[in-house]
Design a protein around this ligand. Structure first.
Ligand SMILES: NC(=O)c1ccc[n+]([C@@H]2O[C@H](COP(=O)([O-])OP(=O)(O)OC[C@H]3O[C@@H](n4cnc5c(N)ncnc54)[C@H](OP(=O)(O)O)[C@@H]3O)[C@@H](O)[C@H]2O)c1
Length: 351
């Protein structure tokens, strides 16, 4: 047992307390007494890690609060130095929730998990590699126990016609049934702008089936339909490549940064369910051929983009309305040009 000074940073009432602190290898426990109205369930940021108040009791008009640190531990399970004293406790605004991110290891999922954790929520990242599988149901009930919100940003490993439909239908059914059993209050699903205009593709038929399951379930929901991610432009180029030529139509798009999509989902997850669909797009429209041209140029890729009105998008005929949002979409802030330069800067740092 050792003691340390705990600093509670509050805008109005900064206060200092002497606290009892003891560590085990993987946990740190702190007790302190505060003359403040701390509510049980409010989450504090504890020296960079998330802590929950586990006990609040009144003692001589003051509240004694016992805090359990959910530590940042290293791979050997040892507490990181940053989780040791001196300890700083910072109250965050709002009430923490348990939020399960299905597909939490993916492109969007990993960003979303990070944002929600930074905001002090109790986040469960769920995916097959972490023992949670929506196709088989493995680990679902345990992951969802006690959660208020589920955000589904999983994607099918195979986009082959039957496989992708089976994935979104079976996963959707299993997940929504498990959510009903767990009493989940808000299901947030990530889909794609224009899904109903792209049904010539099996992938979009599968996304439509996913949306329909969400809408017809008993769980209050919000569907966020995003446009294509900037991170997806390389795959668009790849699929349209024949030799050194990339054949693409000039249909309008309004792509968006994955960081912005994750931020939008993080915001929607803690709002009340809308029981409807919103659209989320990048800040500027851009033609598909031009988008890919700029991407290849920025990556010093000497493939040539040939504009071809007959060329499809993933085999589907598209026009200026197909991939662009309707009226009043929510907009991300990141411009494609800025994203491209941030990508090349991080590549330069990595080398
Ligand atoms: N690409 C775009 O431009 C675009 C645009 C709008 C919307 N979207 C939508 O955005 C969503 C997320 O896309 P993304 O690119 O972030 O996906 P991603 O990087 O491919 O990640 C897919 C995630 O799904 C998980 N997953 C796979 N099978 C699963 C299963 N059986 N049970 C639970 N989780 C499973 C994966 O887990 P493991 O890591 O364990 O395999 C991974 O975490 C998709 O639904 C997509 O339709 C995409």
């Amino acid at each position: 047992m050792s003691s340390a000074r705990v600093v509670i940073r509050r805008r109005r009432h900064p206060a200092r307390f002497l606290a009892g602190v003891f560590h085990t290898k993987t946990r740190a426990y702190v007790t302190f007494t505060a003359n403040v109205n701390d509510d049980p369930g409010v989450v504090f940021i504890f020296d960079g890690a998330v802590v929950h108040i586990v006990l609040v009791r009144i003692e001589d008009g003051a509240k004694a609060v016992k805090i359990t640190l959910i530590p940042e531990s290293d791979s050997a399970g040892r507490l990181r130095r940053s989780a040791r004293s001196p300890i700083r406790v910072r109250k965050i605004r709002g009430t923490a929730m348990k939020i399960v991110v299905i597909g939490g290891t993916g492109l969007i999922g990993s960003k979303l998990v990070h944002i929600l954790q930074q905001r002090g929520h109790n986040v469960v990242s769920a995916s097959p590699s972490l023992g949670v599988n929506t196709l088989t149901g493995e680990g679902l009930a345990k992951a969802l126990a006690g959660a208020q919100v589920v955000v589904d940003v999983a994607n099918a490993p195979s986009w082959e016609d039957q496989a992708v439909l089976t994935f979104f239908e079976t996963s959707g059914r299993n997940l929504l049934a498990a959510e009903a059993a767990a009493g989940i209050g808000h299901h947030v699903a990530l889909s794609v702008v224009g899904t109903e205009r792209l049904l010539a593709s099996a992938y979009f038929r599968a996304k439509m089936a996913q949306e329909n399951l969400v809408k017809s379930s008993s769980i209050p929901y919000t569907i966020v339909r995003a446009t294509q991610f900037f991170e997806f432009v390389g795959a668009i180029a790849q699929l349209a490549t024949e030799g050194q030529s990339v054949r693409l139509p000039s249909a309008l798009m309004q792509p968006v940064a994955a960081d912005d999509v994750a931020a939008e989902l993080a915001a929607m997850a803690v709002e009340k369910p809308l029981n409807s669909t919103i659209e989320f797009a990048g800040p500027e429209p851009i033609r598909m051929d031009e988008l890919v041209r700029r991407f290849l140029q920025a990556n010093h890729d000497d493939r040539h983009v040939a504009t071809d009105v007959q060329a499809g998008y993933y085999g589907i005929k598209v026009n200026d309305q197909s991939l662009t949002p309707g009226q009043h979409p929510h907009l991300g802030q990141t411009r494609f040009e800025n994203w491209l330069s941030s990508q090349s800067q991080s590549m330069a740092v990595a080398h």
